[in-house]
Design a protein around this ligand. Structure first.
Ligand code: ADP
Ligand code: MG
Length: 728
């Protein structure tokens, strides 16, 4: 075996799980590193506490005096925990998190050392924005951007640093991050949903979007991964022959978790729990080496922060355990990739889950109202929803027979479909008392029972109703949750607003009673809905045809999918819900296209380098051994050597054939890249990268993988799939 690879493997088998002991109860550790409202209560007087709580819950302004009080409390709390620095913590359009640490330490004018932190430092910072993606919003001469405190997500301590969740905007006030539009979408949804709730319960004054994500990931041994420049640079393997055993036996899913992995998970949970991330489940996923974790759901903004934070934590803890964690959507060819399931619902200040039926006919009607309007919203913005999950890496996963297709559809199960059909048959206009009773008893009255028996599941659906929430399953594992949740919130907000107007019009013009008007408006909204509902096999070819007939979009790659982000309809949605301006949406479109181009470019370069510097030389090395062998046989057996050297000669020729193809491929790929780099239009460039560069990645890989099969295992320089996937 190649000496480097051999060393990595020896090293691996000598590795003991870095056992992690903690016998403390999670409940007593929970959020101990978070500046919660209850911590604040310990530090400020009653009046200030109520003012702050009001500002946080109602989104009202926090004045300078109040900000100073909070800052002083934060400082005192942080210093009591040995913290030395603070940072505004934000989520720029790179997809990760960003922080710039400043010490509390300062020198007084007199030269006296002190710890300093006041309201102005809490509320705003001015990091240089010039190195973050802006999609052209930020002029180069005005590189400043600023971060502004988000009081709805509490500050927390990471290591010895106090992290303050913030939004990140340009000097001219335009969003440069994921949180700003997310917060606006949450606000917009709150307004629209609260208005609708008032039909059912006057006590509802606030509706929160709730999010519970499920995060899939792979763990790979760090030293094995180090032999793979593709894994270290791009997060996925660009070559590698599939192992003789992959996931076909399904013996990994929910299997017993390997000790090294358990040790990792425990330390991760220990850290996460202290940060207030309520991790609840952990298990093996379908692919070997693949795992999943999920928390208890939370208010969407906090949940998005927690997902970003946990991904950061996962990387750090992995390193301590000599693993690397892969969030790439498709790290291994032929092996299931990773997704993120975004479970989403709506919850009122009165403690009601609006996507869960209740005990009375009226609460079930309320459930149906939010249920139907969510589906209508998805129907209306299916192409935009697809755009919200588009990325170069997710393109590798969507549409293969393991993940939802690139076509958005909604799964609700047979029984709820039947309920909608019954509702569609309600006669127009005012309902007779008999009709109403029948509807309440026999249609909506049955919903709770239906949902109790919610065994009806469909793994192939990208957007499924799962009893008391919708589950957006096509989201990429690497993606920031905010991207898809912002779009979903905005779409539902717009639909609810429209629905409210329809109900009002029926009440005003047709003098209907409230429940008659709601029934009628629901029925009218059901009309187009069948187009987005799909119960069948989302992987089938038949569905692709059917979806086209239904007018659903089928965007197979990111450049195509992203166009929907800036369609007239989407811009109107963003503007109406105040989530993004036209300029901001277009900037994001450019950021995403650029990222796509760069990702493919980097993959293409990386594969070119590996093929040239690792694979071709290895092929030649082995070929030389064979040539030596053939020459030896010739020496010993003279003209009879041919029969004895038949296999060797064939392999020598095959190696030459593959080397030639690889070399040709790299040459052409580089030429094409040079041409494409002259294109100025981002969409055209991204599309060209997709159409013209990606095929070379497949082609070059094919020949490299063939070489892997013939070349002596001792010589092969890269850790193989069987080692990466099964050794831990
Ligand atoms: P699965 O989908 O794997 O069967 P569950 O139904 O238990 O698992 O829940 C999966 C995820 O759904 C969890 O992360 C949980 O937090 C989330 N979830 C449950 N209820 C809600 C809700 N009302 N709003 C948002 N997410 C929710
Ligand atoms: Mg799930």
């Amino acid at each position: 075996m190649n000496s480097l690879r051999k060393k990595s493997l020896e090293n691996l088998f000598n590795k003991q799980p870095r056992l992690f002991q903690n016998d403390e109860k999670y409940s007593s550790l929970f959020a101990s590193n978070v500046f919660t409202q209850s911590t604040l209560e310990d530090y400020v007087n009653k009046e200030a506490f109520y003012q702050i709580a009001h500002a946080v819950n109602k989104g009202s302004k926090i004045n300078r005096n109040l900000a100073d009080q909070i800052a002083a409390s934060l400082k005192a709390w942080a210093l009591s925990k040995g913290v030395t620095h603070y940072t505004h913590w934000f989520q720029p359009l790179t997809g990760g998190t960003a922080e710039k640490h400043d010490a509390f330490f300062d020198l007084h004018a007199s030269g006296k050392p002190m710890e300093n932190f006041d309201g102005s430092q809490l509320v705003q910072q001015e990091p240089d924005a010039s190195s973050f993606p802006s999609g052209g919003i930020r002029n180069t001469f005005e590189a400043r951007g600023y971060t502004a405190w988000d009081p709805t997500s509490p500050a927390f301590i990471l290591g010895k640093t106090l992290c303050i969740p913030t939004i990140f905007v340009s000097y001219t006030g335009e969003a440069l991050d994921y949180k700003t539009p997310l917060l606006k979408s949450i606000q917009s949804l709150d307004n629209a949903a609260t208005d609708i709730c008032k039909y059912f319960d006057k006590n509802v004054t606030k509706v929160n979007a709730t999010l519970g994500w499920e995060q899939e990931y792979f763990l790979v041994d760090k030293s094995l991964a180090a032999s793979r420049p593709d894994l270290t640079i791009t997060g996925r393997t660009l070559l590698g022959h599939q192992p003789s055993k992959g996931q076909q036996l399904d013996d990994h899913y929910f299997g017993s978790i390997p000790p090294r992995v358990i040790a990792y998970m425990q330390e991760l949970e220990y850290e996460a729990i202290q940060l207030g991330i309520p991790l609840k489940t952990r298990h093996n996923e379908v692919a070997p080496g693949q795992f999943e974790l999920a928390p208890v759901y939370e208010e969407a903004n906090l949940s998005v922060d927690h997902n970003s934070l946990v991904m950061d934590l996962m990387r750090k803890v992995a390193s301590k355990h000599d693993f690397i964690v892969l969030f790439h959507e498709k790290p291994f060819e032929g092996i299931n990739g990773s997704g993120k399931h975004n479970n989403w619902s709506l919850s009122t200040n009165t403690g009601i889950n609006l996507l869960s039926p209740g005990k009375t006919p009226m609460s079930n009607l309320q459930f149906l109202t939010f249920f139907i309007n969510t589906i209508a919203a998805v129907l209306s913005h299916e192409a935009l929803m697809r755009a919200s999950i588009a990325s170069a890496s997710n393109d590798n996963r969507l549409g293969s027979n393991e993940a939802p297709p690139a076509i958005l559809s909604v799964f609700i199960g047979k029984q709820l479909t039947a309920v909608l059909e019954d509702l569609e048959n309600v006669s127009k206009g005012k309902l007779s008392p008999e009709e109403k009773t029948d509807l309440k008893l026999n249609v909506i009255g049955k919903i709770p029972e239906i949902l109790l028996d919610n065994t009806d599941r469909n793994r192939t659906s990208p957007f499924a109703f799962t009893g008391n929430k919708f589950e957006f399953r096509a989201v990429g594992s690497k993606s920031n949750c905010a991207k898809s949740i912002t779009v979903l919130n905005a779409a539902v907000a717009q639909q609810l607003e429209k629905f409210g107007k329809e109900v009002e019009a029926l009440i005003d013009k047709k003098e209907m009673k409230k429940d008659d008007a709601i029934f009628n408006a629901l029925r009218d909204n059901l009309k187009g809905i069948k187009n987005i509902l799909f119960e069948g096999d989302g992987y089938s070819e038949e569905w692709k045809k059917k979806a086209k007939e239904r007018g659903l979009s089928y965007n197979q790659n990111t450049p195509q999918a992203l166009t929907a982000f800036v369609s007239k309809k989407s811009i109107a949605l963003f503007e109406q819900t105040k989530v993004l301006s036209d300029r901001e949406a277009n900037a994001r479109y450019i950021v995403d296209l650029k990222e796509y181009i760069m990702r493919i470019q980097i993959e293409s370069r990386t594969l070119g380098d590996i093929a040239r510097n690792h694979i071709i030389p290895t092929g030649i090395k082995y070929q030389n051994i064979l040539i030596q062998n053939v020459n030896g046989l010739k020496e010993i057996y003279g003209s009879d050597f041919k029969k004895l050297a038949d296999v060797q000669i064939k392999i020598i020729e095959r190696i030459s054939g593959h080397i030639e193809e690889i070399n040709k491929g790299i040459f052409k790929m580089v030429e094409i890249r040079k041409q494409l780099n002259e294109i100025n239009d981002e969409f055209l460039k991204a599309s060209a990268y997709c159409d013209k560069v990606l095929p070379y990645l497949v082609d070059i890989r094919y020949h490299c993988d063939k070489l892997e099969l013939v070349v002596d295992d001792n010589l092969w320089p890269l850790a193989k799939y069987r080692e990466l996937l099964f050794c831990r």
